[in-house]
Design a protein around this ligand. Structure first.
Ligand code: ACO
Length: 318
């Protein structure tokens, strides 16, 4: 019997993260790889972005499946325990159907599944939607962020080619009497569509400097809103897990928030900007190396095309 529990309204107080996983393609593209064919160099890319290398390969669904299998295993669950799958992606494998259908089948799930697109803020959007679905009665929700931005990146455009890449991460949220999703903020300013977009069949087009400026403001405002709703201050945050777009954006936002870089998970030097994959990849890296402890307050903070932003404060409760 299917374990989709939609409709069985057993209202819980909240949710907590009980498992995580990550997936990166094998093919490494270094900054030096761009030097031969674009007017750029390792020093420029490193200084302006913090990125040293990135990964290309796989499909949005294949990376999502790999990350999700690890997350389900680390949660100690089986596929039949999952009550809903939310896949955040801005690079679906097909226009129709949703990539989550492929992922659902390959994971052997029997629950509902849908894609969510809020660009690079998508994973935090999906986390908040998953949390709210648990508050509506579900027990376990699988939240995946997966993107293959290399497919929509113009390899002749030095301003974007060096930034975007492929990767995925996932978490399992479980119902909990002791709620660990303490506060959140989701937003969008649709008037900013023209500064970052990709037409059907086209490539990402970006006004980098404008995105940079807006991103810092959005991250700081959104983080303050989520922190306020959680009844916390930046001093209470043990680890920031920000969208991994550019180290200078993260440093500028942290400076304004008053949170030192030592309390920030950074993977962009080896992953580049993987959009929906970026925040769960940075979370998985921190969790894998034991940087998170029970009771730690974690601030997730994303921004992306749209222009979207999303923040959530979650107590690490494993
Ligand atoms: N190598 C060498 N020079 C370059 C490169 C490169 N790879 N890319 C751009 N330049 C040049 C520009 O052409 C420009 O040259 P010019 O002065 O002759 O016109 C010069 O460098 C400075 O360009 P800026 O755009 O002002 O450089 P900046 O310091 O702002 O860095 C960057 C550019 C890295 C793109 C930065 O603006 C940035 O990171 N912006 C945010 C991008 C971002 O986060 N996007 C993702 C959003 S999330 C999502 O939804 C996918």
């Amino acid at each position: 019997m299917a374990t989709n529990e939609t409709g069985k309204l057993k209202l819980m107080q909240g949710s907590r993260i009980i498992g995580w996983g990550a997936a990166l393609p094998d093919k490494v593209i270094t900054n030096q790889d761009f030097e031969g064919r674009l007017e750029t160099n390792d020093a420029w890319i490193t200084e302006r972005t913090g990125i040293k290398e990135r990964r290309y390969g796989g499909t949005t669904s294949s990376l999502a499946v790999e990350a999700a299998q690890k997350a389900i295993a680390s949660a100690g669950l089986a596929p039949e325990d999952i009550g809903m799958l939310i896949l955040s992606t801005t690079t679906p494998d097909k226009t129709v159907p949703a990539t989550s259908s492929t992922v659902q089948a390959e994971l052997g799930l029997s629950c509902g599944a849908f894609d969510l697109n809020a660009a690079c803020a998508g994973f935090v959007y999906a986390l908040v939607v998953g949390h709210n679905m648990i508050q509506s009665g579900l027990k376990n929700v699988l939240v995946i962020g997966s993107d293959t931005l290399s497919r929509i990146t113009d390899q002749e455009d030095r301003a974007t080619a060096v930034l975007f890449a492929d990767g995925a991460g996932a978490v399992v949220l479980q119902a909990s009497e002791d709620n660990a999703v303490l506060g959140w903020d989701l937003g969008v300013d649709g008037s900013l569509v023209p500064i970052l977009y990709c037409e059907h069949g086209g490539y990402m087009r970006m006004e980098g400097r404008e995105v940079f400026k807006r991103a810092v403001l959005a991250m700081v405002d959104s983080a303050h809103l989520a922190l306020g709703r959680a009844g916390l201050t930046p001093d209470d945050i043990a680890l920031v897990v920000p969208h991994q777009a550019n180290i200078r954006i993260i440093e500028a936002a942290n400076r304004r928030l008053g949170i030192p870089m030592e309390r920030t998970s950074i993977v962009l030097d080896t992953t580049g900007n993987t959009s929906s994959g970026s925040i769960p990849l940075a979370l998985a890296a921190a969790a894998d190396k034991g940087a998170l402890h029970p009771g730690d307050n974690v601030l997730f903070c994303g921004f992306g095309a749209g222009m979207t932003w999303a923040s959530a404060v979650v107590r690490w409760d494993i």
